[in-house]
Design a protein around this ligand. Structure first.
Ligand SMILES: Nc1ncnc2c1ncn2[C@@H]1O[C@H](COP(=O)(O)OP(=O)(O)OP(=O)(O)O)[C@@H](O)[C@H]1O
Length: 324
């Protein structure tokens, strides 16, 4: 049994799909491949919409007739029965299926900054006797797009944590440039306070933004009503990702450090993140195993770990993204 947002994987392996329909509160079982399931579900939903439209038409005809009859005292009982039948007909229908909701993600104009908002010189990091990397230099220019590649354990997350000030290097230094505003998206969501609620988290991340604006922002990331009071630690993987991204969007950062920002997202929300990346005017340093995210970023440069070598981006590196 597999739970995944990776549609390629699902297309390759599954021959049975359980669709948990939150609108109807039911599980539909489709004994077929992923592609055939997608087609069958689309057909089922079309059928339900048609049935609903027919029933609504019938019910409103009944209601109109009942209203006419109700005017005559002798027909009052028949009219009442008719109205009741119309009501029953409507209440037995499934709720109309909302088009599956998707977060609307758009990064705002970044705050203005100098030519090179972030520089690092001679960074080294070891954990005990394990040397992760030594002597890594980099300069992040305004608006530049950089992808960090390396095999598992090469130190990609470690480098972002150093740049984001979450950890200190053993040697070397990190120099913030004029006007730097960093936005850090952590793979494990450690930028979220898991004890605090959704609302308190976003409040903390964007203390200068008005309450209504924050409410609207959270709404566009699909957080409304009671969920604003839910502790962040109890959110699902995709919801944590959405909350952390909402925090980034509210921050006006001009350098985004993104560690696997598309993990845990359903395909529709992932597509939104990729679109947001495409149109972001600030600088981005991206760590990802998702080739689609790299293509959306259109990086100019790549940093290869653990050596710290820098190169111009070329499509040949895409293969390494999947390996890494
Ligand atoms: N706090 C720590 N204590 C000890 N070892 C650590 C610590 N943090 C990271 N490491 C080790 O440092 C190495 C680099 O970890 P890092 O998470 O930066 O790799 P990565 O390139 O991001 O890997 P992946 O592609 O698997 O996400 C790993 O071998 C990891 O086990």
């Amino acid at each position: 049994m597999v739970i995944s947002h990776d549609v390629e994987l699902l297309g390759d392996v599954v021959n049975k799909v359980w669709f948990l329909d939150a609108t109807r509160g039911e599980i539909d079982i489709y004994n077929m491949s992923w592609q055939r399931y997608l087609d069958a579900r689309a057909t089922d939903e079309k059928r339900r919409r048609r049935e609903r439209a027919n029933a609504e038409k019938k019910a409103s005809a009944l209601q109109a007739q009942a209203a006419k009859l109700g005017a005559k005292a002798t027909k009052a009982v028949a009219a009442k029965n008719m109205a009741r039948r119309a009501e029953q007909m409507l209440s037995s229908l499934d709720e109309t299926r909302q088009a599956d909701k998707v977060a609307r993600i758009k990064f705002p104009e970044p705050a203005s900054c100098g030519r090179t908002p972030l520089t690092a010189d001679g960074l080294s990091k070891s954990y005990g006797s394990l040397e992760i990397f030594t002597g890594v230099d980099l300069a992040i220019d305004r608006g530049s797009k950089v992808v960090v590649l390396g095999l598992n354990g090469a130190g990609k997350t470690t480098l972002l944590r150093l740049l984001g000030g979450m950890e200190t290097p053993d040697t070397g230094s990190i120099e913030p440039g004029h006007g730097l505003r960093l936005g850090y998206y952590a793979q494990e969501h450690e930028t979220l306070d898991h004890e605090a609620s959704v609302w308190e988290n976003i409040r903390h991340l964007a203390p200068d933004t008005g309450a209504q604006e924050l409410r609207n922002l959270l709404g566009s990331f699909l957080f409304t009503g009671e969920q604003l009071d839910q502790p962040a630690g109890t959110l699902s993987g995709g919801e944590k990702t959405r909350l952390a991204l909402a925090g980034l969007v509210s921050s006006q950062a001009n350098v985004l450090l993104l560690d696997e920002p598309t993990n845990n997202l359903d395909p529709a929300s992932r597509a939104q993140v990729l679109d947001a990346l495409r149109s972001f005017a600030g600088a981005v340093v991206l760590v990802t195993h998702d080739p689609g995210a790299v293509e959306a970023l259109e990086p100019e440069r790549v940093i290869l770990l653990p050596d710290g070598t820098e190169d111009h981006w070329s499509a040949d590196y895409l293969e390494l993204v999947q390996l890494a």
